[in-house]
Design a protein around this ligand. Structure first.
Ligand code: NAD
Length: 452
């Protein structure tokens, strides 16, 4: 296909939450798009019913629709009773998608992976894409996402196919089919005043529209990398230590890497990672004693006249010269790469939940009273004991436990990622901030469920 021609898209999993937002954005910009899924929820674009574990079904859909670019978002949801489904769909199914794409001469494949592929239960602090997959995966779902992602990356260049994987974290927004269900249940049961852990753990979330935008950017920028011999990465062995050398970076790109990125202005107006002394309060029900000082420090106005220093890249920085030279593949290209995609505004775990619960509150006296109740903090260790007892009890009565050690660990972990690679290489900028995104999601949820 020539560079001038527009791609024809097939969104696999296009009836799902993320897939549908991608379809909407493709329709909005006038692209030709079809959906492949096991269920049909919309009727405005051509639909191919099928399962990705059946290569022939995928191939038929690609051929009939004339697809040149596949966006593969399909996966069983987290929390399936039979974990073997994850390997079947996310690994075997993804392999079938790749094989069908190569057979049909598809040129682009964008895969929705997950930030969970690097999570093993330990804190994840501003992690970038150089981190390896953990030796011991957190669970079957994340393991299958990592294995599916690895297949996608290996397939880059196979039969002319270019591939890229995006790793979102905690997706939310209108159309969500996972997060709101549990949070609304907790809200209805009056459990919103419990907090497990000290709420000092930062967490990443991603507004679904921002993520859909990232998929379109990745698809648009998925072009063949330079192939001349001098450009190709080579191995330098003239010193005692063998080093991988990536293609020389042209001066303009090099200069741009040393220019600070503009702030992410989605919610705060400027990019800030909260600290224990400067943090947004969130919808605190019981403000801590130093609340106003923390908030004032966090909200101290950004001074546009302050001198703009060039960024200082440490040797640990993924775009420092030595890091670029040592990278196993060129991180400045899109093909064959992974990108973390988040809102770029990590937030304290329970603060995000409370934004949602607060938005659910009706603007009545009763709603106001609920918001004024105090918080009951359950320390993490005690939470683990309670989780263990709840699991034992659920096992005895043959039911699924609602409060588990997994959930305690999840809600107490720090998990936020560095999105500079996506911003520099894909040109990704989160447009909808957390607060605005939560409002949009809750408005949608209320309308959908007839709540006032
Ligand atoms: P979703 O369940 O809303 O959508 C997934 C879609 O895939 C559904 O329409 C489903 O019918 C379809 N599907 C599942 N199995 C299939 C199969 N065998 N063949 C064809 N279609 C199949 O999920 P989502 O929240 O939109 O997630 C999209 C992607 O994002 C997934 O790959 C998921 O792993 C990833 N992800 C999600 C989150 C999150 O917070 N929701 C976080 C990180 C990564």
């Amino acid at each position: 296909m020539s560079q001038q021609q527009k791609d024809v898209y097939l969104v696999i999993g296009g009836s799902g939450f993320v897939g549908r937002h991608i379809v909407d954005q493709l329709i909005a910009r006038g692209d030709i798009v079809s959906v492949f899924d096991i269920v049909q929820r919309h009727h405005d674009v051509p639909f191919y019913s099928g399962d990705i574990t059946d290569e022939q079904q995928v191939l038929n859909a690609i051929r009939k629709s004339g697809t040149t670019c596949i966006i593969h978002t399909a996966s069983p949801p987290h929390g399936a009773k039979d974990p073997s489904i994850y390997h079947k769909v996310n690994v075997d199914g993804t392999r079938a998608v790749i094989d069908a794409a190569v057979s049909a001469g598809v040129t682009k494949l964008v895969y929705t992976s997950s930030a969970g592929v690097v999570f093993d239960g330990d804190d994840v602090i501003n992690l970038d894409e150089r981190a390896p997959y953990p030796e011991k995966p957190f669970d079957a779902y994340n393991d299958s996402k990592a294995k599916g992602e690895a297949l996608i990356l290996e397939a880059n260049g196979k039969g002319g196919l270019l591939t890229v994987a995006l790793r979102p974290a905690g997706i939310f927004g209108p159309g969500d089919r996972q997060m709101m269900v549990g949070l609304f249940q907790a809200y209805q049961r009056g459990q919103t005043h419990f907090q497990v852990g000290d709420n000092n753990n930062l967490f990443d979330y991603t507004y679904v529209g921002n993520l859909a935008q990232a998929h379109l950017l990745a698809a648009d920028k998925l072009v063949p990398p330079p192939t001349t011999a001098s450009d190709a990465a080579s191995i330098k062995t003239d010193s005692s230590e063998a080093t991988l050398v990536n293609p020389p970076i042209d001066p303009a790109t090099h200069a741009s890497l040393n220019r600070a990125l503009p702030p992410i202005s989605a919610t705060t107006g400027f990019r800030r990672v909260p600290t224990c002394e400067a943090r947004p309060l969130g919808p605190y029900v019981t403000p801590p004693p130093n609340a106003s000082a923390m908030e004032a420090a966090y909200n101290a106005p950004h001074d546009p006249h302050a001198p703009k220093h060039p960024i200082l890249r440490s040797r640990f920085d993924q775009f420092a010269d030595n890091a670029l030279a040592l990278a196993p593949s060129n991180p400045l290209q899109v093909a064959g790469q992974v990108f973390f995609i988040t809102n770029g505004e990590p937030v304290y775990f329970w603060d995000f939940m409370r934004y949602i619960w607060l938005a659910l509150d009706p603007p009545t006296e009763e709603g106001k009273k609920r918001a004024q109740k105090g918080t009951w903090v359950i320390p993490r260790t005690f939470g683990m004991v309670l989780g263990f007892l709840a699991e034992c009890w659920a096992g005895l009565i043959g039911k699924e436990a609602g409060f588990t050690r997994y959930r305690v660990g999840y809600s107490c972990a720090t998990r936020y990622h560095n999105i500079e690679k996506a911003r520099r290489v894909l040109g990704y900028e989160p447009e909808v901030g957390l607060e605005e995104g939560v409002k949009k999601m809750v408005e949608w949820f209320k309308a959908e469920n007839g709540l006032s």
